[in-house]
Design a protein around this ligand. Structure first.
Ligand code: FES
Ligand SMILES: [Fe+2]
Length: 332
């Protein structure tokens, strides 16, 4: 098996196909459902540039495109917040939490105008074990997309962990370069020397399962990670550590820029635990940031035209081969 050709990471046409055939057709992790506690609580985000939001309505959660039906403005600013009504900042049209158009100020005389025709475009949403997902036009059910993850963590009490923090990190490399890097442990000695010392690297194992790549290594004393890292098709991760877990979504901004949206969850949310929690999150984020430079420089080599596809290790790069095979099936 060879690595993908460089154009898969740099060609704007392939990037557009990634959005149409992967990001718009799959369930995307938004974050903890617990952040939508009170009526009007919302989270607005992008799925590979497609603006969407989820909101707590009186009768449950609703999810919509974050696109005004008048002239296309963004309705709610990205991030989490609370609103009484959904009011477009541009010309002040107002929608209810069910997406129906309620008010069109200063419109003028227009007997033909029918408010019921201009409801917001809704999208699908689902909560799985406390995690909220949305999908624009899903090709399969969430349960089927989750694949091998469901049995893998059935014994982990993930819904009992409390959400503590979200962190957004942006770097200049294609989302697939970052994913290739995430689904192999081959780079740990070179890129994460301290992390390398903290695990039994000779026993590092990577296995590709149904819609999931599982990496594991016995941790040595003192490592906060539990020695198991999971990546799920097409773009999210879940890692367990002592007393909690993190999730991330790998979200393309453009072909050469990606954001990671990390969420941290803990069992112990006591005041006394604040310092150890902060240390766990800082240590986690430091390891994540160690990957950026190698991804950025690799992206430049792919973009320069100088790279010809090299071979993939049968031992360490099975996850890379699996991800790339799935990409080719989805897009080409
Ligand atoms: S674009 Fe939203 S009200 Fe005009
Ligand atoms: Fe890494």
């Amino acid at each position: 098996m060879r690595n993908l050709e460089a154009r898969h990471y740099t060609d704007p046409g392939i990037h557009a196909a990634d959005i149409d055939r992967i990001f718009a057709r799959t369930w995307q992790l938004v974050g903890p459902a617990s952040r939508l506690k009170t009526r009007g609580d919302y989270i607005a985000t992008e799925i590979a540039g497609q603006k969407v939001f989820v909101i707590r309505a009186s009768d449950g959660i609703r999810a919509f495109r974050n696109v005004c039906r008048h002239r296309g403005a963004r309705l709610l600013p990205e991030g989490a917040g609370r609103c009484a009504t959904i009011r477009c900042p541009y010309h002040q049209w107002v929608w209810g939490e069910d997406g129906s158009l309620l008010a069109v100020p200063w419109w003028g005389d227009d007997a033909d105008f029918d408010k019921t025709k201009w409801a917001l475009d809704s999208i699908q949403w689902q909560v799985w074990r406390g995690l909220l997902f949305v999908a624009i036009d899903p090709a399969e059910t969430l349960a089927s997309q989750l694949g091998a993850l469901t049995p893998e963590i059935s014994a982990e009490p993930i819904e009992s962990y409390a959400w503590v923090h979200e962190e957004r990190l942006i770097f200049d490399a294609n989302w697939k370069i970052y994913t290739d890097n995430f689904v192999e442990g081959y780079h740990i000695p070179g890129i994460h020397p301290a992390f390398h010392q903290a695990i039994d690297f000779e026993s590092f194992e990577t296995v590709a399962l149904d819609n999931m790549v599982k990496m594991s290594a016995p941790p040595k004393d003192g490592l906060f990670y539990r020695g198991k890292w999971l990546w799920m098709w097409p773009n999210w991760t879940l890692s367990l550590f002592d007393g909690g877990m993190n999730t991330s979504r790998i979200n393309p901004i453009e072909p050469g820029q990606t954001e990671l949206i990390y969420n941290f969850y803990f069992e112990d949310v006591s005041e006394d635990g604040a310092a150890p929690r902060a240390k766990t999150m800082a240590d986690n984020l430091a390891i994540i940031r160690e990957d950026f430079e190698i991804c950025i420089e690799t992206h430049k080599n792919y973009a320069s035209g100088a790279y010809r596809p090299g071979p993939l290790s049968p031992h360490h790069e099975q996850g890379v081969a699996y991800f790339q095979r799935r990409l080719l099936e989805a897009v080409v």
